[in-house]
Write a protein that binds this ligand. Sequence first.
Ligand SMILES: *Cc1c(COP(=O)(O)O)cnc(C)c1O
Length: 375
Amino acid sequence: MHKPFKKPIYITRPLLPSLDKYKKLLEQVWDSQWITNNGPKHKKLEKKLRNYLKVPSLSLFNNGTTALITAIQSLKLTGEIITTPFTFPATPHAINWNHLIPVFADIKKNDFTIDPRSIEKHINKKTSAILAVHVFGQPCDVYAIENIAKCYKLKIIYDAAHAFGTEINGIPIGQFGDISMFSFHATKLFNTAEGGALAFNDLRLKKIIELTKNFGIKNEEEVLLPGLNGKMNELQSSLGLLNLEEINEEKSKRQNIYNTYITELKNVTGVSLSELDTKNKNSLQYFVLRINKEKFGISRDDVYRKFKKYNIYTRKYFYPLCSEYNCYKNLPSADKKNLPVANQVVKEILTMPFYGSLKDEEVTKICFILKSFKK
Ligand SMILES: *Cc1c(COP(=O)(O)O)cnc(C)c1O
């Protein structure tokens, strides 16, 4: 029997710069008396992120959810949008806030991203777009999705909240689709406490996105459309500028933790791992396991409960499926029969502690404890 951890171990800890460095930037903000509305820190961060993510254009937001709502508005979508039930609530909610209908397609069992074959089954005259999620930083089947979109004249939005820095064969993830949304929430790899961005290839979209995120205000005399307040402020932008300097080091620490998990767990029957696809550069946002009850001896729910006794707090991301929420469960596409893979995966998935300051011996201990649960 292993001893429980003295301090609780959570699945993530926010990346934070040194407080002294942050104070220096805040002094500049205080001196300038310019704390929001496209200030100098905001401008600088926008440019740096455009370079880091290697995208033609980018707009910053106060969080990823307003960014996603704005993306849907800006593309003037109508009717139905096909999406995945295996995601964070913000994905279907952003569709709902636009008074459009989310239609749930099933996911693929190898990487949990939306299944292009299932997308095609749900297309009808009302369909205007596909909102796909690079879940856990694994890229969607972007080329198959692109072909479907071309064939049926649909727009593509990617929820890339987990995919900061993901690449496919060297192509940055933000270059796919019409618009990609990134989230900079505290729990995400790169954070501004709360924050987000839209990345897009068509430079003409910049105007409507910027208008929409600022109440539709064109100038002192004219308001052009019913926008919202999606602006990122100077305090968030300053935090972002400093965290961006730390990001590569954080990623290399996470890569080591990732390798330790793989080494410790690769031969455990009943536990499957999300191996890095060699072609793709994974964002190292999450470390996710799949527990097969028959082969491992106990269920994912039991593993989750037992870990708590050791002061280890794993998460059942993304349980429950969005198609099971009260607000969506009566949609025809939410029927369990329509989503067999998602309904199976959601019972088996477990998100493990994963952040740069997690120590190697802590990872080893977590793995030993998991192995001791096996029956
Ligand atoms: C975090 C997250 C969001 C929402 O982003 P916020 O910045 O918290 O509003 C949307 N989609 C997914 C998949 C997420 O994980």
